[in-house]
Design a binder for this molecule. Structure first.
Ligand SMILES: Cc1cc2nc3c(=O)[nH]c(=O)nc-3n(C[C@H](O)[C@H](O)[C@H](O)COP(=O)(O)OP(=O)(O)OC[C@H]3O[C@@H](n4cnc5c(N)ncnc54)[C@H](O)[C@@H]3O)c2cc1C
Length: 371
């Protein structure tokens, strides 16, 4: 008998297991396939800046809390497991090549400033002082505006997942892979257990953290929700050494430099259901985009390409809370493009809720059953 059974072994499920087990809870994580192989593995690991002390809206508070916790978690996980999660305060540079992009960027910079987050507009001539690799873009005359956001960070998500899993195992979290769910064993207001391919699993509380698949699972509880898969495709280049230090952003696309010379280029938003295939044309467009920003990548090898399914939500907010009418079933899903970023804050507030404490953030905007 476990205190909490978490359905889904991605960053949300394991962050929650890590947090709950640090409070002494006996936790089990089950996954329908191998753990940590879906969106949480596929993502780029960009952690945008946020500020807990100025945040007013609960979503901004969740962002602020997550931003505050990430360096602490990276340090604690490294200490506990010896695994470097790749958390780096690398900074981000935001680029605009059209007037429309420049207007959107200026608005974003103003928003960050209103939250007292540091943003510097870079005179175009100064851009190369921060990233020499952007020299050809500046010289081409195509660059219209550039901002630098020093507080942007990154996480090497596969390493972060490895560290979380190792820490969970040290805390005796039970992990079961390749588990298919069958019937729910329900009383009037409680879930007692799950029939699964590995037998009946019982627990005091349950949490659905099944990413893009959460909507399917919630249907079994007669609940429709706006979580849907949104595919993102990525291209990874291999260079001898990192060609730049900052995350380079333009619109919804980005280049993320890893310490070992790899550069991730993403991404797309494709509504194609649960299809994780990649499209050659789209990958070529991403590669062209990357080479347009830093032509040095033309000489680099494309090492790997892949796609992952983000858990999109209809209003852009995650679902965090209890299933209406059931006192012991919770949901933590639907984090769309920010699940790696919001995972630390999500784990803390969901752990508080599941342990029957008052969550430190008002979770009403994230309530389950809102649509
Ligand atoms: C290309 C791409 C780039 C991204 N970049 C970033 C980024 O830079 N920064 C950021 O913060 N976020 C990013 N994201 C988003 C982020 O990856 C996701 O929001 C996050 O990983 C969601 O985590 P999760 O644990 O909810 O889902 P997942 O990682 O998908 O995990 C869900 C798990 O649940 C399991 N599961 C599903 N159904 C069942 C079931 N019935 N029974 C048991 N197990 C089940 C699945 O097998 C899976 O292991 C990106 C995503 C993609 C695809």
């Amino acid at each position: 008998m476990h205190d909490c059974l978490i359905i889904g072994g991605g960053v949300i499920g394991f962050s929650l297991a890590y947090e709950l087990s640090s409070h002494g809870a006996r936790v089990r994580v089950i996954d329908q396939s191998k753990v940590a192989r879906e969106a949480s593995w596929a993502g780029a690991g960009i952690l945008p800046p946020a500020n807990l002390s100025t945040a007013v809206h609960p979503l901004d508070q969740l962002r602020g809390l997550s931003h505050y916790l990430h360096p602490q978690w990276a340090q604690a996980l490294h200490k506990e497991t010896g695994i470097d999660t790749g958390f780096r305060r690398c900074g981000g540079i935001y680029l605009a090549r059209t007037n429309g992009e420049a207007a959107a960027l200026t608005a974003y910079a103003n928003l960050l400033r209103s939250e007292e987050i540091k943003v510097e507009e870079l005179p175009l001539g100064d851009v190369v002082d921060y990233e020499a690799a952007l020299g050809p873009l500046v010289d081409s005359g195509d660059l219209v505006k550039a901002f630098r956001v020093p507080g942007e960070c990154q996480l090497r998500n596969p390493h972060h997942l490895q560290a979380l899993i190792a820490a969970c195992k040290r805390r005796h979290v039970c992990i079961d892979e390749q588990v298919s769910l069958g019937q729910l064993i329900l009383t009037r207001d409680r879930l007692v257990g799950l029939e699964t391919s590995c037998g009946t699993m019982k627990a005091d509380r349950f949490c659905i953290a099944s990413g893009a698949w959460s909507g399917k699972l919630l249907k079994q509880f007669d609940l429709s929700c706006g979580i849907m898969p949104v595919r993102g495709q990525l291209v990874m280049f291999r260079c001898d050494k990192p060609p730049f230090q900052h995350v380079l952003n333009e619109g919804s696309r980005y280049l993320v430099p890893r310490d070992d010379g790899r550069v991730l280029v993403g991404s797309t938003e494709d509504e194609v259901g649960f299809d994780k295939s990649t499209e050659q044309r789209v990958l070529e467009e991403l590669a062209d985009f990357a080479c347009g920003i830093t032509p040095a990548l033309r000489d680099a090898q494309v090492e790997r390409t892949w796609a992952g399914l983000r858990p999109g939500s209809f209003d852009g907010f995650p679902y965090l809370g209890a299933i209406p009418g059931l006192s012991n079933v919770f949901v933590a899903a639907g984090h769309f493009r920010s699940g790696l970023f919001l995972s630390t804050g999500t784990a803390v507030v969901m752990s508080q809720l599941i342990r029957q404490q008052n969550p430190q953030i008002d979770l009403r905007p994230f309530r389950v059953g809102r649509g």
